[in-house]
Write a protein that binds this ligand. Structure first.
Ligand code: C5P
Length: 231
């Protein structure tokens, strides 16, 4: 099954994560595991998830350290064979290169500028560019140093698409199906708009996972409905 939906397993409960995979696996082929899950359950937790379905992992660890340390960290998770593994592009060219060379079969995925940072925040940190030009610059830096995918806002996807090689995969969170709750997301696109803007994959969390509060069948139907809206 080829689906552009990446479901964010934002939970610190292993059984909940498993039940979400079982409920949605007919519409979702990739699950995003972040620090909340990984720091609690580690590699063993990921292995336990694998019995819940047939899927790939987006390991969202947002690595950022000296090149040698990042290279070793990538090697440490290589046997888990995540499809995507995130690093911060702001770690610089040598760090990105070290990550990319540490496990050639993993798509090293560069996070550009966190969307939680405003232009004012960036100036305060010492950046000389606003968020958008900084993100474009970091996307270019990352992909010329071996990153094979980029995480960005759907509002940056079309410009990044023009800037990077066609085989580079663009992944955007910040998507909401029409009519769903915004949560803490401020600027959003629908899944179809994000893909049309140039994204290859969309990360979705609460619009699907909140449905599990009603029932796992509702969750299954919700994921299927989003996938249908993309056809
Ligand atoms: O629940 P929601 O659909 O907002 O979840 C989106 C997922 O994508 C969460 O795991 C969130 O941490 C992540 N994310 C995001 N915005 C970013 C980067 C990551 O929402 N800019």
């Amino acid at each position: 099954m080829k689906s552009p939906i990446i479901l964010a397993l934002d939970t610190n409960n292993l059984d909940t994560a498993k039940s979400w995979i079982e409920a949605t696996n007919s519409s979702v082929g990739i699950y995003k595991v972040g620090l909340e899950f990984y720091l609690r359950f580690g590699a063993q937790g990921l292995r336990e998830l694998s019995s819940a379905g047939n899927f790939s992992i987006f390991l969202d660890l947002k690595l950022h350290d000296i090149p040698n340390t990042v290279s070793a960290a990538v090697s440490s998770v290589a046997d888990l064979a995540p499809k995507f593994l995130t690093i911060h592009a702001s770690g610089g060219a040598a760090m990105i290169k070290a990550a990319s060379e540490a496990a050639k079969e993993i798509s090293i995925t560069a996070v550009t500028i966190l969307t939680s940072l405003s232009d004012e925040d960036l100036l305060e940190i010492g950046y000389s560019h606003e968020a958008k030009p900084a993100a474009l610059n970091l996307a270019k830096l990352a992909t010329t140093n071996g990153a094979r995918s980029i995480v960005c806002s759907p509002f940056e996807a079309s410009e990044i698409r023009k800037l990077v090689a066609p085989e580079i995969q663009i992944i955007t969170p910040g998507v909401r199906p029409a009519g769903s709750e915004m949560g803490d997301q401020k600027r959003v696109m629908t899944p179809l708009e994000a893909l049309t803007a140039g994204a290859d994959y969309i990360v979705i969390g609460r619009p699907i996972t909140d449905l599990a509060k009603k029932s796992l069948q509702d969750m299954k139907n919700g994921a299927a409905k989003i996938l249908d809206s993309l056809k």
